[in-house]
Design a binder for this molecule. Structure first.
Ligand code: NAP
Length: 489
């Protein structure tokens, strides 16, 4: 049984190429097909190709063969392919957003925002492709010269998660194309459709065969391990969980691959008593509820000054309790389903654990009955120090609010995690803001705002949230090597 309810849904699902894309050709997977499901119903949407290990190897071979020509391809033309793809993405934003909502569940408006965000990486890196340079300097003793040049890293493997099905792809593919690298892309098996459409758009924009190769697979470990072990591969860029990131890093150590690791988060959201509380609640809604809470940047813990904690929790609960939950395609829906039953069970367990240890639910607290993987927006207070959700990534619409007495306590609580991706700070005191930000152990900070994502900024974490940066000019560096020439003059 299919879950599709409107002709426009069928039309865009039909338009998606369902095969592997290798060396510029669409072809079947040797292992048959794998099913893609609509998380709002749990019913299948369609089938896409299931790659074997040999298919994956063929994709790497295509990337390796296309490598020299692509590295030498005029940077302006590399950029113009990205620019045309940016324009095509924007022109098709409504259809692509519908497709994303069908496979991932987020409300249509959020899918559309992701298409715009994803496209922005192509625009940004289309402009960066012509800014690759080196330097020339005189040695300190006046004898000889230092010459440096930037060269593409070589064939890259790009592995992406399901929560941002397109943007997590464009922020790797964009700089790789701009830098002159060729790639094998492996999207999450739960959301391959957006990436398949993205590759079709790149093909339509004139991307030469072999520069981007796409592999969809039901067994990511079996298909990817031989590629990571293959000495022709030069780099692995991974976005996903810390647990899988650790395994991939171990595998990549054999060939000493260049690595970018965009891993899990456990973002603290800190509100001081001098903050504008209504603005903080507004920021909290974005930091928590964007993407149904399924974002690596999602606020996982709200640390609020004791004086304003009750007021903050009540206002947040009022707003979250009023949000409309449902299929992302329906008018006015603000909260879609979680990605699958496993994710929903994990969220429910974290809530039950906190309630069992003495927390209180101000609003929500339960999974919804019926089809799909819905969970009610939830605000919890009186969080005990040993609640699991203070340490684990919730990845759902659950906001635990915990008070603090002073600045030192807030910072200690915020840093009390193995993760270090992002933190949010709300205060109207500039000196305090900078003092606190300098002591936070994260790669990014949102100051008086609940979102940091921006194609022109370096996105990435520290500690067990990984390393490497995506976006900004730093995003190009991940795909470039520096060669130094000692010039005898
Ligand atoms: P995941 O389970 O780690 O999977 C991510 C990707 O890795 C998927 O394509 C998956 O394929 C693949 N994969 C899983 N095991 C593999 C293996 N042994 N070898 C090779 N590939 C493997 O993560 P997820 O559940 O999709 O995504 C959620 C996580 O991503 C969260 O922890 C979130 O914080 C993190 N994330 C981080 C960022 C960031 O920039 N820091 C951004 C977004 C998300 P399958 O689909 O086949 O499992």
């Amino acid at each position: 049984m299919s879950t599709i309810t409107a002709p426009a849904e069928q039309k865009i699902v039909d338009e998606v190429p369902k095969q592997l894309y290798i060396g510029g050709e669409w072809r079947d997977g040797a292992k048959g097909t794998l099913s893609v499901e609509d998380p709002s119903t749990g019913e299948p949407l369609c089938e896409v190709a299931d790659a074997s290990t040999d298919d994956a190897k063929a994709a790497l071979t295509a990337a390796v063969e296309a490598g020299p020509e692509w590295a030498a391809h005029p940077p302006r033309e590399r950029g113009e392919i990205l620019r045309r793809s940016f324009e095509a993405l924007i022109a098709r934003a409504d259809d692509l957003a519908l497709l994303m909502t069908l496979e991932m569940g987020k409300p249509l408006a959020e899918s559309k925002a992701e298409i715009a965000y994803a496209a922005e990486f192509f625009r940004w890196f289309s402009e960066e492709s012509v800014r690759i340079d080196g330097r020339y300097s005189v040695n300190s003793n006046g004898q000889g010269r230092v010459l440096t040049m930037k060269q593409p890293v070589g064939p890259c493997l790009l592995i992406t998660p399901w929560n941002f099905p397109m943007a997590m792809g464009t922020r790797k593919i964009g700089p790789a194309i701009a830098a002159g690298c060729t790639t094998v892309v492996k999207p999450a098996q739960q959301t391959p459709l957006s990436m398949l459409m993205l590759v079709k758009i790149l093909e339509g924009a004139g991307l030469p065969a072999g520069v981007v190769n796409l592999v969809t697979a039901s067994s990511s470990s079996k298909t990817m391990a031989p590629l990571i072990a293959d000495s022709r591969l030069r780099k692995l860029s991974f976005t996903g969980s810390t647990e899988v990131g650790r395994k991939l890093m171990e595998q990549a150590s054999h060939n000493l691959l260049r690595l970018s690791m965009e891993l899990g988060g456990n973002a603290p959201f800190i509100v001081f008593d001098d903050a504008d509380i209504d603005a903080a609640v507004q920021g909290a809604l974005i930091a928590k509820m964007r993407n149904i809470g399924e974002a690596c940047t999602a606020a996982n813990r709200f640390h609020v000054a004791d004086k304003v904690a009750d007021q903050f929790a009540e206002k947040l609960a009022e707003k979250m309790g009023a949000m409309k939950v449902g299929r992302g395609t329906e008018e006015g829906v603000q909260v879609g389903p979680l990605i699958d039953n496993g994710q929903r069970t994990k969220v429910a367990e974290l809530v039950e654990d906190a309630l069992g240890r003495g927390a209180k639910a101000v609003v929500g607290g339960h999974a919804r009955a019926g089809a799909g993987y819905f969970f009610d927006p939830t605000v919890l207070t009186d969080i005990p120090d040993d609640a699991n959700l203070l340490q684990e990534e919730i990845f759902g619409p659950v906001a635990p609010v915990k008070g603090f007495a002073d600045e030192d306590e807030a910072i200690a609580a915020a840093n009390n995690t193995e993760y270090g991706l992002v933190a949010y700070v709300f205060t109207n005191n500039l000196k305090r803001a900078l003092r606190v930000i300098e002591r936070l152990e994260t790669g990014m900070v949102g100051l008086n705002q609940g979102m940091v994502s921006n194609a022109g900024a370096p996105f990435g974490g520290i500690k067990q949230s990984g390393f490497g940066r995506e976006g900004g000019y730093e995003g190009m560096e991940e795909y470039l090597e520096t060669k130094y020439v000692a010039v005898n003059l």
